[in-house]
Write a protein that binds this ligand. Structure first.
Ligand SMILES: Nc1nc2c(ncn2[C@@H]2O[C@H](COP(=O)(O)OP(=O)(O)OP(=O)(O)O)[C@@H](O)[C@H]2O)c(=O)[nH]1
Ligand SMILES: [Mg+2]
Length: 317
């Protein structure tokens, strides 16, 4: 979809899909224009054809491993179906990408249980913003939500989350700047239990004195949650900034070592997102992308659907 078409749509229709398509423009131009020229420029399916596809996928940030697997699967499909025309590969390629992204259904069980959602990630990726947006989403489902301001490190982190708590209309538990984040989490678990909250949503720091501290702090928070709220359904979401491309993948790997990650929130998909990174992340880590951030406003968080994503990537309506 071109920029112009998006602008012509009515405000209401400028929904998630449109914004996603718009956000993916950069990636899509790289990927799809590239594919179109390969599909139409090649007269037969040979090694050179596959090499061209490989290059486009890698430039599109899909990652080396996922690219290899996508192309292996495409080769098999071409063989099985006796495909001779490069043009006939488009749908097969989309199918291969969808298969590659399939990490099972993204579960949203926490929406229906008493749950604790711990939100982690490096600084600036969009943790606090995502916590705020998610709080509003849950509140709109008539859930009682309590926020824990467990980023006590960055100046004004508490005030930032407080603003979000007002926007979402939910309560926030916080401590003094510099306080022990685990103690804030402890207080928040007591408050959540006392108020019979449905969801306790914990914002955390993206930066401490050093990386080891950050990971140790997360482990400590986890121990508190396990001890104080053993019956709660646990969800640990790592927030990744899609504009950072392969860096996001490296960050997720590090957090995976410190915490039992159950999902990903991929933010800034509205900007100059390297959308292909969603393929790399989901396929290389085997962790589902559960939400994507598509803007800075409270409503700009959406559940992620890989099939719809691949269609948007190829602009199939
Ligand atoms: N365009 C866009 N901007 C976003 C999105 N999510 C977050 N941001 C912006 O990214 C910046 C950082 O967001 P924060 O929520 O403060 O990030 P954080 O991870 O909490 O940062 P620290 O607390 O410093 O570690 C803010 O300017 C947000 O408005 C998104 O989906 N799209
Ligand atoms: Mg923050």
């Amino acid at each position: 979809m071109s920029e112009e078409v998006v602008n012509n749509e009515s405000e209401e229709k400028k929904g998630f899909f449109a914004r996603l398509v718009k956000g993916l423009t950069k990636t899509r131009n790289n990927i799809v224009n590239g594919f179109e020229s390969v599909f139409s420029g090649f007269s037969k399916i040979d090694e050179e054809f596959y090499e061209e596809l490989e290059e486009i996928l890698i430039i599109g940030d899909i990652g080396v491993r996922a690219t290899e697997e996508i192309l292996d699967s495409l080769r098999e499909k071409v063989k099985e179906n006796h495909i001779k025309e490069p043009m006939d590969c488009k749908q097969l390629l989309m199918d291969s990408i969808k298969e590659q992204m399939d990490v099972g259904e993204a579960a949203y069980r926490f929406e229906n249980e008493t749950s604790v959602i711990l939100v982690v990630g490096v600084n600036g990726v969009g943790k606090t913003t995502s916590v705020g947006k998610l709080a509003k989403k849950l509140k709109d489902q008539n859930k009682k939500v309590v926020l824990a301001a467990a980023d006590t490190f960055r100046a004004a982190a508490k005030e930032q989350l407080e603003e979000w708590s007002h926007r979402a209309g939910v309560e926030m538990i916080s401590g003094q700047e510099g306080a022990d984040p685990a103690s804030v989490v402890f207080d928040a678990t007591q408050a959540a239990k006392a108020r019979h909250a449905d969801v306790l949503l914990c914002d955390t720091a993206g930066r401490l004195h050093n990386k080891k501290n950050l990971m140790e702090e997360l482990k400590k928070i986890n121990r508190i949650l396990e001890r104080e709220f053993p019956d709660a359904y646990r969800e640990t979401l790592v927030v990744l900034d899609s504009t950072t491309g392969q860096n996001a993948l490296a960050q997720a790997r590090e957090f995976k070592e410190a915490a039992d990650l159950s999902g990903i929130i991929l933010t800034k998909m509205d900007g100059t997102a390297k959308g292909g990174i969603a393929v790399a992340i989901q396929s290389e880590l085997g962790i589902p992308v559960k939400y994507i951030g598509v803007g800075e406003q409270v409503e700009d968080l959406e559940k992620f659907d890989s099939d719809a994503f691949v269609d948007a990537l190829f602009d199939v309506k």
